[in-house]
Design a binder for this molecule. Sequence first.
Ligand code: SAM
Length: 281
Amino acid sequence: MKRNKSFTKIPFYFVATPIGNLSEFSNRAIDILNNVDFIACEDTRVTGVLLSYYKISKPLISLFEHNEKEKALEIIKQIQKGQTGAYVSDAGYPLISDPGAILVNELLSNDIYISVINGPSALLPALIGSGISTSSFYFRGFLPPKLNLSFDEESCLRTRKETLIFYESPHRIKKTMSYLYDILGDRKVTLARELTKINEEYLYGTLKEFLTFDYKTIKGEIVIVVEGSTISNEDIIFENSKKQVSLLLKENYALKEACKIVSLLNNISKNALYRAFLTDK
Ligand code: SAM
């Protein structure tokens, strides 16, 4: 067991940075970046803009997804020589759909204390402005590039009662929204785009309404907030069972046999499942 006590001497900081509007950066974050010996960042050009806005000049180390382990070891060497540093990603919190997780773990396993400096992130303003329940939420970040979630992952998303939050880019938003409709059915959804920037916008509707939406007007960075599942656990088990029967039918099982297997596995009525299939046809 380890204890990492804040406000003793912290040699390394993870600092959240603005998600668009450069003035959303705390005095504390600026002080920290002014006082460390070096700054590691995801992209030196992006961080360069922020640092020059705040007239901060420090040696930069570029640490991104594909060199994280190697650069983490370099950073640890600098800290062991007595230097202090900070890591920033391009926008928002490092590690939130951004690099930094390997660095955190390497620092911790070398007994180097870290601290996190708060600031903006896209997910919370999107959730708060969405009008959808904030009492519990599930942050999924980016869906896989080919939108090819497994059966289990899809049913897990479909059955979650928490509000669902996704990150998305404008070139894929249309496909993603239609995929979400396919796997979740019709639900309340809010798109929050270009948060904190001049073109900030919230679009409120349902997944079905967005099927016919003209996405040409959707540019910039986007967060998708979708209402959680409102169906009962019994209905969820029944819906999943129907999907499992469909999978067995594709494997050339007879309908009766498929219903028997799935009803035994899920402890539900074989006849109800069978009837549901005959009605759906
Ligand atoms: N680390 C960031 C954070 O804490 O939010 C997320 C970085 S991730 C690489 C970039 C994605 O975050 C974008 O594709 C978009 O989904 C979301 N995002 C970032 N800035 C945004 C903004 N200003 N408005 C809406 N979404 C934003």
